[in-house]
Write a protein that binds this ligand. Structure first.
Ligand code: 3HC
Ligand code: NAI
Length: 704
């Protein structure tokens, strides 16, 4: 039928096989092949038609690489309408992940069977889209409005057994049964029973006052939760239409809102992140035959905040962990915290008792470094002090087997200086997890001067096994994320002392989409951490006192943040809700007087512009120096590690959206009006502005 679709008749049943690796996306070749197969089936003497896929999955959706380009005929809507109208019994046989347009294809068949491991979902919302091929209209007709609402607005896939209960799947194959044979048997039973051609488009749908209230509540809840994303609201419009208008009208509305989403910059940003995340796992220049080393046993040094969370990441992935702390109390505290975290997950229904017990059984505590003699990988997470880390690495170098990889979770220390104290610098790298390590998806993989290709490839593979988004970084102070964050935080501090209140700064950034404003983040982490770090620096290293005087004063007054019940805000002891504290404003005003700053009104626009331009300018410098491999890697770091609004695509995508020329002009304006020290434009930003280029254009040229 086409390069990717074949059609044959086996025992009077037509079989359409789709073979479009890696995920059987609905490319033009698949769409046209499907159309031809339908034509063939309608005119031959087969009795029914089964659609199934080769490889690891049923169709995982529309081909995202075609988005944003002129449409290629036949469009999916046409193909699926033809499928919906087919005059013979149609059955979709699902395995792997039937997602997006893939599930929509299945919903146009008269019946669906699935193997037990299959999952179905409509993840379009994660790309800033809505199901655009009937998903919002057929799902509620088959599964009810509430299930459709949850499935489509969350974008989370549903297991086959649950889909069977929900009515999205009609038959589950026996465990281990061959997909084709199972689908044939099921189809035969339908034919034998004279099953009707059951079209989802023709099913009735009810709409009660209760349903209306459910949709209204969802509108409000999602407005809050998705921080300004437009696709979830449009999804609810479609669902309401599904329940209140004829099918054809609902489909028409879905189509027009899908096109609106597609041309919305939010969707371009989310699609950019989809590919950026996957691209980030690729290491430029790595020899093709580089093989990751086996990692079956892991050692972690330091059972504190990070060590405990990192141990959970590995144990959750079934990898045995030895957790070491040099103090028995530290070890006990760490293991206790891990046990509490697991029990919370179980009590909240996020993890089963069995899985929690199995994971905890994989974590062994010890105060003896020699128990690490046989591990494949060690991750050090002791206090942030270079000499201490070097002492630990000397010990590890003596104890661990020759092939073992030694990694540091340092936030700021020089990984080369740590590697240099060992006899195996080629086996040393940074693995920078983010707090809480068992939750945050980002993992910066820090390549030191002598880190071998093999250990970088191993780190990338391990990251995938433990469910992280890995991004490669070079050695510098703060690597990618924290290095940029210093500039963002500096501007937040300067806005504060120059005239804004903590609430104005945090609301401006949260209103713009950040998960949490910069000062609220400070309170959450504890203001004493930065304070202590500053104590170790010279005045020169600390920089402009305007950028740290306020938090210093707050810490000296015991305002350490949430843990003390007060920091930039005061916190309700019960609810932890933050509220303004006039005492903080007094501190800010006195710091301003002391440093000769005349306070003025600062708008939310200025706050957002200064904080985001500070990120972009430093991001450009990081690219210039080759610390990050690509602009998209920086975007992945910010989306997965720092609560940057995904629908804005990350700082470098934001620069492209605003226009690099405009960003450069803004940076120059701040240089001329705010501070020549803080706002020197990066050479790359300047060059791109001068040549009217973008970060993505620059990246495309380098790749070509
Ligand atoms: N279109 C084009 N390429 C796709 C794709 C798609 N829908 N889905 C995955 N790919 C590509 C990836 O970019 C990757 O390419 P690479 O190897 O060159 O980096 C390759 O397929 C493998 O993908 P993963 O690394 O993600 O493989 P996993 O096995 O980890 O995950 C998956 C498989 C669960 C299917 C995951 O890829 C996924 O979630 N894909 C997106 C699914 C999706 O969003 N579907 C909806 C699309 S929009 C739509 O259908 C609109 C419709 O309503 C009209
Ligand atoms: P922490 O203070 O919570 O834990 C450190 C642990 O190391 C303590 O339990 C301590 O007893 C133990 N320890 C100290 N010296 C040791 C030694 N010689 N041998 C064995 N154990 C020893 O510290 P935290 O926050 O977990 O940080 C650890 C590292 O992770 C630091 O380098 C930090 O910069 C980095 N990091 C921290 C993040 C955070 O948000 N807390 C985020 C990312 C990285």
């Amino acid at each position: 039928m086409s390069e990717t679709v074949s059609y044959s008749i086996e025992d009077d049943i037509g079989i359409v096989r789709i073979d479009n690796p890696p995920v059987n996306a609905l490319s033009q070749s698949v769409r046209s092949g499907l159309m031809k197969a339908l034509e063939a089936s309608s005119s031959d003497d087969s009795k029914a038609l089964i659609i199934l896929c080769e490889g690891r999955t049923f169709i995982a959706g529309a081909d995202i690489t075609e988005f944003g380009k002129p449409p290629l005929e036949p469009v999916l809507g046409e193909v699926l309408q033809r499928l919906d109208e087919h005059n013979k019994l149609t059955v979709a046989a699902l395995h792997g992940t039937a997602l997006g347009g893939g599930l929509e294809t299945a919903l146009c068949c008269h019946y669906r069977c699935a193997d037990t491991s299959a999952r179905v979902g409509l993840p379009e919302v994660k790309l800033g889209l809505l199901p655009g091929a009937g998903g919002t209209q057929r799902t509620p007709r088959l599964a009810g409005l509430e299930t459709a609402l949850e499935l489509i607005t969350s974008g989370q896939p549903m297991a086959a057994a649950k889909a069977l209960d929900a009515g999205l799947v009609d038959h589950l194959l026996a465990a281990g049964q061959d997909l084709l044979q199972g689908a044939k048997d099921y189809t035969r039973s339908l034919l034998d029973g004279n099953a009707p051609l059951r079209r989802a488009s023709a099913l009735p749908i009810a709409f009660s006052e209760q349903d209306k209230a459910t949709l209204d509540a969802a509108r409000k809840r999602l407005q809050q939760k998705t921080r300004g994303e437009r696709a979830p609201q449009r999804i609810i419009d479609c669902l309401e239409a599904a329940a209140t208008r004829p099918f054809e009208e609902g489909l028409k509305l879905e189509r027009s809102l899908f096109l609106e989403c597609m041309s919305d910059p939010q969707s371009s940003a989310l699609r950019h992140l989809f590919f950026a995340e996957r691209e980030a796992a690729k290491v430029n220049g790595l020899a093709k035959d580089t093989r990751p080393l086996p990692v079956e046993q892991v050692g972690i040094i330091g059972a504190g905040t990070m060590g405990g969370g990192i141990a959970m990441c590995f144990a959750n992935a079934g990898i045995a962990v030895t957790l070491i702390d040099n103090s028995p109390e530290g070890l006990e505290r760490g293991l206790g915290l891990i046990a509490r975290n697991y029990s919370t997950s179980v009590s909240r229904g996020r993890l089963s008792e069995e899985k929690s017990a199995a994971a905890q059984a994989l974590i062994q505590g010890s105060t003896d470094y020699t128990s690490l003699a046989n591990v494949d990988l060690v991750i050090e997470a002791v206090f942030e002090n270079l000499e201490l880390k070097q002492t630990v690495f000397r010990q590890l170098d003596n104890i661990c087997k020759p092939g073992a990889i030694l990694a540091t979770n340092t936030s700021y220390q020089d990984v080369n200086a740590i590697a240099a104290v060992t006899n195996r610098p080629q086996q040393v790298l940074g693995l920078h997890f983010f707090s809480p390590a068992n939750v945050m998806k980002l993992l910066e993989i820090v390549r030191a001067d002598h880190s071998s290709d093999e250990i970088i490839a191993t780190a990338m593979a391990v990251a995938k096994r433990i469910g992280k988004v890995p991004v490669l970084a070079g050695v510098c102070y703060g690597f990618i994320g924290n290095r940029m964050l210093r500039h963002y935080q500096r501007e937040a501090q300067l806005c504060l002392i120059e005239g804004a209140t903590p609430a104005q700064i945090d609301s401006a950034m949260e209103g713009w989409g950040m998960a949490m404003g910069p000062l609220a983040v400070g309170d959450l982490a504890g203001l004493d951490i930065g304070y202590k770090a500053r104590q170790a620096l010279s005045d020169d290293e600390k920089g402009d006192p305007k950028s740290y005087r306020v938090p210093d004063l707050l810490v000296e007054q015991g305002r350490l943040g949430q843990k003390a019940g007060k920091g930039y805000y005061q916190y309700d002891p019960e609810t932890r809700k933050r509220s303004d504290d006039p005492a903080v404003l007094e501190v800010v005003e006195s710091a301003a007087r002391e440093l000769g700053v005349e306070r003025r009104a600062i708008s939310a626009e200025e706050i957002v512009s200064r904080l985001t331009c500070a990120l972009i300018n430093e991001g450009a410098r990081i690219l210039e120096e080759g610390i990050a491999q690509r602009p998209g890697d920086i975007d992945a770091v910010y989306a997965y590690g720092y609560g940057f609004p995904r629908h804005r695509g990350g700082p470098m995508h934001l620069a492209d959206t605003l226009g690099v020329k405009q960003v450069y002009k803004t940076v120059c304006h701040y240089r001329d009006t705010l501070s020549a020290d803080n706002w020197q434009p990066s050479a790359l930003l300047e060059a791109l502005a001068n040549s009217d280029d973008s970060f993505s254009g620059w990246q495309a040229q380098r790749q070509a």
